[in-house]
Design a protein around this ligand. Structure first.
Ligand code: HEM
Length: 457
């Protein structure tokens, strides 16, 4: 999110919202994010919150308003500028923090390698890593934490997709250092730290561990990029990095080392923790629900015949697919997305001036009882009974900024869950319930989703 100047005097009055001091609102949003948003949403479909250091955020939660924002002109609705705090990790040339033509150009570069038809190439790594975690959990002989297990799976899968099957002889070290870097970003006080230690002043001081870790990781990444550049294309491993080195923009120019570094870190960062937290929440909601687990097992038996899933089975796992969609609805790990207005923009009949930060409030949208009756209930059947539009079910955001990894994430979630449920009997320890807590900009389970695992295969 970006800090912006106050709105002009002739701006429409801000919609109602919490009245507490902005510092208190930032702290509440840091420690009890969903409770804070739910209470704010009681003020109306459109409400505002005021977060110290970030400004006033106007939230919209009616599907028709969210559609207007997603369909709005990207030159008016800047997401990159609004996402600028992410630049400290992903860099200034990342698709996440760019707008206008520069954004469209980076999106064109990243889209083909993440398209649906490329998923088959990632299947083996996804199933292998899920099985390795299943084995580790079954051997643990006690409680395990789903969030940590899923982070290991998704990080190893994305590192292989980005850097190639043989990634590097120091793959384990790369995994560990990326993991350490992301642990810093995941801190519950990450937003507060960003305000107290603005990167412009602290980036080069070496004071904060985050910047030291980032420097070390970047040095290694630049060595890998240089080594790959030195190879002819046919000698490089098939991976996203190799695709990026072959890219030619419309003017014939290739990507610079910094652009390649930023694209690689963007995919590693955006593609790993998000999916891991979504998987942990999926396990949290499915495992203790006996009726849901019985249906998942019946489907797996009917489709895969008791064996591990194969790529051709995946489209047939329709109930599991509905479970994943329901889980992403109930626990939307990114509860809002942000757009900074560069010119007046009308939504729901109100024209907001340039400088307004407009937020499609995804968590609130996903808990609307008029759209999702009994919104707190985990009921996958709703996704089999009706089709929800992209402005009604939007865990991956939307419009010209919609998540580039949606196909990858949904495919990975299905492979991993189908593999775990085939290989293991899972249970939650008696009395275990997680509360949603902040993990950097995402929302994760407070106890990491503790599980008990027993071998089935
Ligand atoms: C369950 C997992 C995931 C969730 C819930 C998720 C969610 C999101 C959301 C909400 C956005 C912002 C959209 C907006 O502003 O409208 C986004 C953007 C993005 N995501 Fe994901 N994501 C996930 C996985 C992934 C994966 C696996 C990758 C890459 C392999 C990825 C790459 C990206 C990129 C590059 C963007 C920036 C798009 C742009 O600004 O044009 N994400 N994601």
């Amino acid at each position: 999110m970006a800090a912006v100047p106050p709105l002009a005097a002739d701006a429409p009055p801000l919609p109602p919202g919490p009245r507490q001091h902005p510092v208190l609102q930032l702290l509440r949003y840091s420690f009890k994010p969903l409770e804070f948003l739910e209470q704010a949403a009681r003020h109306g479909d459109t409400f505002s919150v005021h977060l110290a250091g970030f400004g006033r955020l106007v939230h919209v939660s009616r599907p028709e308003d969210i559609r207007e924002v997603f369909r709005g002109d990207p030159a008016v609705l800047h997401a990159g500028e609004a996402n600028i705090l992410l630049a400290t990790l992903v860099g200034q040339t990342s698709v996440l923090v760019l707008d206008d033509e520069a954004h469209a150009r980076q999106r064109r570069v990243l889209m083909p390698p993440l398209k649906g038809e490329r998923m088959r190439t990632f299947f083996d790594a996804m199933r292998r890593e899920a099985l390795a975690t299943a084995e580790a959990w079954a051997s643990a002989g006690g409680e395990v934490r789903a969030d940590l297990g899923m982070q290991a799976v998704t990080l190893r899968v994305i590192l292989r997709a980005v850097l190639g099957a043989e990634a590097a002889e120091d793959f384990e070290e790369l995994q560990a250092s990326m993991g350490r870097l992301l642990r810093e970003v995941r801190h519950p006080l990450a937003l507060v730290m960003y305000v107290v230690f603005p990167p412009a002043r602290f980036e080069n001081s070496g004071l904060l561990p985050f910047y030291r870790l980032r420097r070390r990781f970047d040095t290694r990444l630049h060595q890998i990029i240089a080594a790959q550049r030195a190879l002819p294309p046919e000698a490089r491993p098939a991976c996203l990095l190799s695709d990026l080195l072959d890219i030619r923009y419309e003017d014939g120019r290739g990507m610079s080392d910094v652009e390649v570094r930023d694209a690689v870190v963007t995919i590693l960062a955006a593609g790993h923790d998000t999916t891991a937290l979504s998987l942990a929440w999926a396990l949290e909601q499915m495992v203790p629900n006996a009726a849901v687990m019985a249906k998942i097992r019946a489907e797996l038996d009917a489709v895969c015949g008791g064996a591990l899933p194969e790529p051709e089975h995946l489209p047939k796992l329709e109930y599991l697919d509905a479970c994943i969609r329901e889980s992403l609805r109930l626990r939307t790990i990114l509860p809002l997305v942000v757009r900074l207005l560069k010119a007046p923009f009308t939504v729901g009949g109100v024209t907001w001036p340039a400088g307004t930060i407009l937020c499609p409030s995804l968590h609130v949208l996903h808990h609307r009882p008029d759209l999702y009756p009994e919104p707190e209930r985990f009921r996958p059947e709703r996704f089999l009974e009706r089709r929800y539009g992209p402005h009604e079910w939007a865990p991956f955001g939307g419009g010209s900024r919609a998540c580039l990894g949606q196909a990858f994430a949904l495919y990975e979630m299905k492979v991993v869950l189908a593999t775990l449920f085939t290989a293991l009997d899972l249970a939650r320890p008696p009395g275990a319930v997680s509360k949603p807590v902040r993990r950097g900009i995402s929302i994760g389970p407070s106890d990491g989703t503790r599980l008990l695992a027993r071998r089935r295969l």
